[in-house]
Design a protein around this ligand. Structure first.
Ligand SMILES: Nc1ncnc2c1ncn2[C@@H]1O[C@H](COP(=O)(O)OP(=O)(O)O)[C@@H](O)[C@H]1O
Ligand SMILES: Nc1ccn([C@H]2C[C@H](O)[C@@H](COP(=O)(O)OP(=O)(O)O)O2)c(=O)n1
Length: 252
C-alpha cells in the first residue's frame, strides 16, 4: 500500500463545462494521474444495456448495484477505459444511447458506493494492490505525485478533503455549441442533431444531476468556481495550474 501523499485535485461541474479536457491537460503538464469518474458510470450503463437491463427500471436496482461491484474498470492511459480487463469501451461509452440512459445508473445508491470505493482508492494511489484479486484498477500502472479526478460529486462526496477543488461552469449555449463542434470534428454527428437539441439534453442532464437524492451535483463550499464561457482551453488550464502550484508549495 502506498504511503506517499498525493495532491488531489477535484474538478466538478455540469455537462460539457470543460472538465475532462482541462483535467487531462493538467495531468499531462504536471505528470499527475487522471481519473474520469463519468467514464465509470458510462461503463456500467453500457454493461446494463448489453445485458438487456434498463438502468431506469427500479425493480433492477439491486441487480445493477451487483453489476457495478463485480466490474473491473481500468484506465490504461488518459483516454482509454477498459472493462473487465478485456474490452476497450472508450468510444462506445460516449454514444448518445449511453448518455440518455445514464441517469438510472447515476442515481443508484449501490452503484455509487461501489464506484466511490474504487475512486477513493485510485485517489489514494493505492493502485492495483487495493483490490487484490481484482488487479486492473490502476492508472498507467505507476505511482504519481498528484491526481486529477473529474465528475459531479468529487469535491463534495468522494474527496471532501481534496487539496484543491474546482467547480467549472459555462453558459449552456456555449456548452452545447462546443459539444456540437466536437461531434462534427470527430465525425460523430448523429442524424437530426442540432445545437438546440444538444442544449436541451445538457439542461435535462444537469437537472437530473443536481436534483438526484444521492450525491447530487453541487459546488463544494470551499471549491474555486471558474466560468469557462469566455476562456480558451489554455487559459482555463493555466488558471487551475496556478492554483495547484500555489497550494503545492505548502503541501507535504
Ligand atoms: N474554453 C474552451 N473553449 C472551447 N472549447 C472548449 C473549452 N473548454 C472545453 N472545450 C470543448 O468543449 C467540449 C466539452 O468539454 P469536455 O472537457 O468534454 O467537458 P466535460 O468533461 O465537462 O463534459 C470539448 O469538445 C472540449 O474540447
Ligand atoms: N462523479 C460522477 C460523474 C458522472 N456522473 C454521471 C452523471 C453524468 O451526467 C454522467 C456522465 O458524466 P460525464 O462526465 O461522462 O459526462 P459529460 O462529459 O459531462 O457529458 O455520469 C455522476 O453521477 N457522478
Amino acid at each position: 500500500m502506498s504511503t506517499a501523499r498525493i495532491f488531489r485535485v477535484a474538478i466538478d461541474g455540469p455537462a460539457a463545462s470543460g472538465k475532462s479536457t482541462t483535467a487531462k491537460l493538467l495531468a499531462e503538464k504536471l505528470s499527475f494521474g487522471y481519473i474520469d469518474s463519468g467514464a465509470m458510470y458510462r461503463a456500467i450503463t453500457l454493461k446494463c444495456l448489453r445485458l438487456g437491463i434498463s438502468p431506469s427500471d427500479s425493480s433492477k436496482a439491486t441487480e445493477i448495484g451487483k453489476i457495478a461491484q463485480a466490474t473491473t474498470i481500468t484506465f490504461p492511459n488518459m483516454s482509454s477505459v477498459v472493462v473487465d480487463k478485456t474490452e476497450d469501451v472508450s468510444s462506445e461509452i460516449r454514444s448518445s444511447t449511453i448518455t440518455s440512459n445514464i441517469g438510472g445508473v447515476a442515481s443508484n445508491k449501490s452503484v455509487r458506493e461501489a464506484l466511490a470505493e474504487m475512486q477513493r482508492a485510485l485517489a489514494r494511489g493505492d493502485y492495483p494492490e487495493t483490490f487484490e484479486g481484482r488487479e486492473g484498477i490502476n492508472h498507467n500502472g505507476k505511482q504519481v505525485k498528484g491526481m486529477v479526478m473529474d465528475g459531479r460529486d468529487i469535491g463534495t462526496v468522494i474527496l471532501p478533503d481534496a487539496e484543491l477543488k474546482v467547480f467549472l461552469i459555462a453558459d449552456a449555449q456555449v456548452r452545447a455549441q462546443r459539444r456540437y463542434d466536437e461531434m462534427v470534428q470527430r465525425n460523430k454527428l448523429e442524424e437530426g442533431e442540432t445545437v438546440d437539441k444538444i442544449k436541451k439534453e445538457l439542461e435535462q442532464r444537469d437537472h437530473e444531476d443536481t436534483t438526484r437524492a444521492v450525491s447530487p451535483l453541487k459546488k463544494a463550499d470551499d471549491a474555486v468556481e471558474l466560468d469557462t464561457s469566455n476562456l480558451t482551453i489554455p487559459q482555463q488550464v493555466e488558471a487551475i495550474e496556478e492554483l495547484i502550484r500555489n497550494r503545492m508549495d505548502k503541501f507535504q
